[in-house]
Design a protein around this ligand. Structure first.
Ligand SMILES: [Zn+2]
Ligand SMILES: [Zn+2]
Length: 80
């Protein structure tokens, strides 16, 4: 019984081309904008650099750490 097996899968073998590195764009909790870089709190809060700049006076008292407005935890700058 001749069965015609035709398993041609279009695109097969080119899957690796889909695996290009994409920058992780994460949404900011405040402005909802996605940014390639966001500050993370261990509670999961994310703040983009723009919001951090705008609220720097309220988030950081020493320029070394910033206080998460959500959980009140201290997070260090440059300690990502
Ligand atoms: Zn933001
Ligand atoms: Zn937090």
């Amino acid at each position: 019984m001749p069965d015609s097996v035709d398993e041609r899968k279009p695109g097969q073998g080119t899957g690796y081309r889909e695996r290009r590195k994409k920058a992780r764009m994460e949404p900011c909790h405040w402005c909802r904008a996605t940014a390639p870089f966001v500050w993370h709190c261990r509670c999961g809060l994310r703040i983009c650099q723009t919001c951090m700049d705008e609220n720097f006076w309220g988030l950081s008292c020493n320029g070394i750490t910033w206080v998460c407005p959500d959980c009140g935890d201290q997070n260090g700058f440059g300690n990502q």
